[in-house]
Ligand binder design. Structure first.
Ligand SMILES: [Zn+2]
Length: 251
């Protein structure tokens, strides 16, 4: 058993036996990790704020070679990210980002950019527009795990340049008007939405958030990306469904 140390963000926790927790982390050095933390629960309650979801920790753990559940022996808080816990809305967005990272990454597959992206979102979520940030987050995460939709030219005929056309969720690709009849699932993609998606792919998070967008293109892009992710994963997101329910009430 090797002893390892890394920065880690908590994606989720679940109680284990009477006094322990199983924590799913996204760590800087090892990517997604599952760790057993002993003796942190008493009478059904977790003691202290150390293991709240979204907390940024430094952890020391014993790496088990025959299991993907490691034993966490020490931990200290780097940043609690308390600001995001002040509203149900930002907690729900943070849960969605955590769920996305958990679903789209493999254990022991480090991605520094995903760690930094998640940390940035947890840090500033309370003061950022949640829906817009979600689109940028989805694009950046898809790009990092190699799932980014193909947007350069028409997947079928290679026709380029395309400024608008159709998007096939099944193919995860742009289709031109001429070829669209060959892809029954392809839905129209406006020039504005396509340009927005391409902008998010090319620019970093801060620049992407500063770009002005229309409500329509943001909504269209949201439908496109969540439809695509849903199709690829084959199951809905609990946090996304919850967001859909609470957003109309909060606004
Ligand atoms: Zn074509």
């Amino acid at each position: 058993m090797a002893i390892q140390k890394t920065e880690a963000l908590i994606l989720k926790t679940q109680p284990f036996r009477s006094s322990s927790l199983i924590v799913t982390f996204f760590s800087r050095s090892f990517g997604k990790l599952r760790g057993l933390v002993k003796g942190v629960r008493r009478e059904g309650e977790t003691r202290g704020a150390m293991f709240e979801p979204f907390t940024h920790l430094e952890i020391v753990f014993y790496e088990k070679l025959r299991s993907d559940l490691h034993l966490v022996s020490e931990s200290s808080i780097i940043e609690s990210h308390d600001a995001l816990r002040s509203s149900l809305e930002s907690i729900t967005y943070a849960s969605y980002f955590s769920e996305l990272v958990d679903e789209l990454t493999e254990v022991h597959d480090p991605h520094d950019p995903i760690f930094d992206l998640l940390d940035y979102c947890f840090r500033f979520l309370a003061s950022l527009p949640g829906e817009k940030l979600s689109r940028v987050f989805e694009i950046k995460l898809l790009a990092e795990v190699g799932w980014l939709p193909y947007l350069d030219n028409c997947l079928q005929c290679g026709n380029s340049p395309i400024e608008k056309g159709y998007f096939s969720v099944k193919q995860g690709a742009l289709i031109c008007t001429k070829c669209a009849h060959e892809f029954p699932d392809a839905a129209p993609l406006t020039a504005e939405t396509l340009a927005l998606m391409r902008y998010y792919v090319k620019h970093d998070v801060e620049a992407s958030l500063q770009r002005t967008t229309s409500r329509t293109s943001e909504t269209d892009l949201g439908k496109l990306l969540t439809g695509f992710i849903l199709y690829r994963l084959g199951k809905p997101f609990k946090s996304r469904q919850f967001l859909k329910q609470i957003l109309p009430v909060l606004r």
